[in-house]
Design a protein around this ligand. Structure first.
Ligand code: PAF
Length: 278
């Protein structure tokens, strides 16, 4: 496995890789969710590249960039074990040279859900992802359904800017008790880790109700809300029942929908989601 830092090293490294090339962008501190993307890329392509870059422009000043968990040695060991051919670990200076002033912005999809609470977040994501795609020139890219809105926004960017690549969205990987895997789970104390189960249990209750015939968007939202409100350590930021593609909030009966939520458990903000009816 080759590890590169500079743009020149990356260019040389990429030129040596056979096609098709699968690419998994990450911010590091890898878990099974990331590794499932790498394995899928491994299975579908001749070579696999991964980037590790905690992108400062997608964190607001009051968010947790400084404390974002990092463990590069462990990440490299895991990536090597999962069959990665090349890892790119750019510096902030490589990605954002002095006098940087160009942004990639998806206008509508970013106004709702996460975007309404984190107004500068997706501009940072799409800008860095566009730069990563330009440098790596992958044939297929792999994103997790855990960040459902990010997957929708990046898919929109890929279509709008005609990136010559295939976007693959992979299922959420959960702990055995249901908690969606996230690098941020590491911030949770033992009681908070237990309390955090209210996100997945709320979603699973909504799924069971849907499977039992419940079709009211409001009732599905209420089932999730109730589960969060029953947990004293959790504070609901939003719960949404939306069209999975447009992310528009649904009002009446639903045939298929994306239920998503953001919850503070202590100081840690967690997100999770489920697609129903597909
Ligand atoms: O999902 C992430 O880890 C990040 O948002 C990404 C796609 C690597 C861009 O920084």
């Amino acid at each position: 496995m080759k590890v590169v830092i500079t743009a020149d090293e990356l260019k040389k490294g990429i030129a040596e890789l056979n096609r098709p090339l699968g690419f998994v962008p990450t911010m590091g501190f890898l878990h099974e969710g990331h590794l499932s993307l790498v394995r899928k890329a491994r299975a579908e392509n001749r070579t696999v590249a991964v980037s590790i870059f905690a992108n400062p422009t997608q964190f607001a000043p009051d968010e947790d960039l400084e404390n974002y968990p990092r463990d590069i040695d462990r990440d490299l060991e895991l990536l090597s074990g999962a069959g990665t051919d090349l890892v790119w670990i750019p510096t902030v200076g490589v990605m954002y040279p002095e006098n940087f002033q160009t942004w990639v912005e998806v206008e509508e999809l970013t106004k709702v859900l996460e975007g309404s609470y984190r107004p500068t977040h997706f501009r940072g994501v799409t800008t860095v992802v566009a730069k990563l795609f330009n440098a790596v020139r992958p044939d297929r890219v792999y994103f997790g359904q855990k960040d459902a809105q990010q997957a929708a926004v990046v898919s929109q960017m890929v279509r709008d800017l005609s990136y010559p690549l295939e976007m693959v969205v992979c299922p959420i990987v959960r702990e055995p008790d249901g908690l969606a895997m996230s690098s941020r789970n590491t911030y949770l104390s033992a009681p908070e880790r237990q309390a955090a189960l209210c996100l997945s249990s709320g979603l699973f209750k909504a799924r069971d109700a849907f499977l039992g015939g419940e079709r009211s968007a409001q009732k599905l939202r209420d089932i999730v809300r109730q589960e969060i409100e029953n947990e004293p350590l959790a504070e609901l930021q939003y719960v949404s029942c939306a069209d999975p593609e447009t992310l528009a909030e649904l009002k009446n009966e639903v045939e298929n929908c994306l239920i998503s939520l953001a919850v503070f458990v202590g100081k840690t903000r967690l997100i999770d989601n489920i697609i129903l009816g597909k």
